[in-house]
Design a protein around this ligand. Structure first.
Ligand code: AMP
Length: 332
């Protein structure tokens, strides 16, 4: 059977800037899929941002505009792909509510990222109900579009699995085949599926170890200069361990000569300063077109893009909701 060509993906608007981990792990794949002719729905998940930012919600709207600018700067073409904000398509809330009635609590309590986040928050008196329901809302986001695939970084794999389980359970409960399993599209290149941060932990806003797409060339250079390298490599002639060095990891991602650079680093014939200088040049050249495009996009342009994107998303989302209500026997 010929599959549909819809793809859903999204990022939370917890931060106004996307980092190169978001780009390599997800956004770059979206652009490739768009160019291959897939029908892309690129969401900005503002409700999801609330699960951890409910006390600081005033910045979430502004963040949405900035994240949308990053999408478009990185190559998402609003003429081809729908760029929209989750809360502008209310069907996401309706499907979330219906799935929250059909999803067993035990499934949600077992999600590994829930346990981690729960520990961070410290106590059920502070823990919002929405944190446990996060994968249910994410499933609603996805299944509303009944997509062929969902392109994400490695860290999202457990959420995607539970989403297919929720869809399959819905089909069984209401004797329908509405929700077909979607594919997880994780970059095959492991370096891109999980990009390390400047300190070699996972690149993440919460660790303050990111290079952002919208950083200036000077900011990028300063960050690379401070990045973690082999601690025992003090002099140029000391042997490096490229596997544990953030600068070498980025060379592997971005430099066509990374293999010889790694070998020289290991052999003690190349120093960290040279690695950093070369990386700064390559990385700034790589990010230059994204930065230039970003500078040309106004807030009004982005508001317009989001308005039209939500209209397009609503067409698919409302058609799915009609089928969902009908399968469940709810009045139209
Ligand atoms: P989030 O910031 O959790 O909304 O993530 C948005 C997207 O970026 C998801 O598809 C993540 O899997 C991906 N992502 C986030 N951090 C990284 C990273 N360090 N390496 C690769 N992909 C990432």
């Amino acid at each position: 059977m010929e599959h549909n060509k819809r793809i859903l993906s999204g990022m939370r608007s917890t931060n106004p800037k996307l980092h190169i981990g978001n780009y390599e792990g997800a956004l770059r794949n979206w652009v490739d899929l768009q160019e291959q002719g897939y029908e892309m729905y690129c969401m900005i998940a503002d409700w999801h941002a609330l699960t951890t930012m409910f006390e600081d919600s005033s910045v979430i709207g502004r963040n949405c505009l900035e994240v949308a600018k990053d999408y478009v700067s990185a190559g998402i073409d609003p003429g081809k792909s729908a760029v929209f904000v989750q809360s502008n398509v209310k069907e996401h809330a309706e499907l979330h509510l219906l799935f929250s009635m059909t999803t067993p609590l035990g499934w949600l309590e077992r999600v590994p990222t829930y346990k981690e986040k729960q520990a961070d928050i410290g106590g059920t008196e502070r823990e919002p109900y929405g944190l446990l329901g996060y994968p249910v809302l994410q499933t609603a986001d996805i299944l509303l579009y009944r997509p062929y695939g969902v392109p994400v970084g490695r860290d999202q794999a457990p959420h995607l699995e539970i989403g297919n389980d929720i869809g399959t359970r819905f089909n069984r409960l209401f004797s329908t085949d509405l929700f077909q399993p979607y594919k997880y599209m994780i970059p095959e290149d492991e370096n891109r599926a999980k990009v390390p941060g400047l300190d070699m932990r996972k690149m993440s806003k919460s660790y303050d170890n990111c290079i952002y797409l919208s950083d200036s060339a000077d900011e990028t250079a300063a960050k690379v200069k401070s990045a973690f390298t082999t601690p025992t490599k003090i002099k140029l002639s000391d042997p490096g361990i490229p596997e544990g060095c953030a600068v070498c990891q980025y060379l592997k991602l971005y430099s066509p000569n990374w293999e010889s650079q790694w070998q020289e680093d290991r052999d003690g014939v190349r120093g960290c300063m040279q690695n950093k200088r070369e990386l700064i040049e390559i990385l700034n050249e790589y990010l230059r077109p994204i930065r230039e495009k970003r500078a040309s996009i106004s807030d009004d342009d982005i508001r317009d893009i989001l308005h039209h994107g939500a209209e397009r998303a609503r067409v698919v989302a409302s058609a799915t909701m009609e089928k969902v209500r009908s399968a469940m026997g709810l009045l139209p």
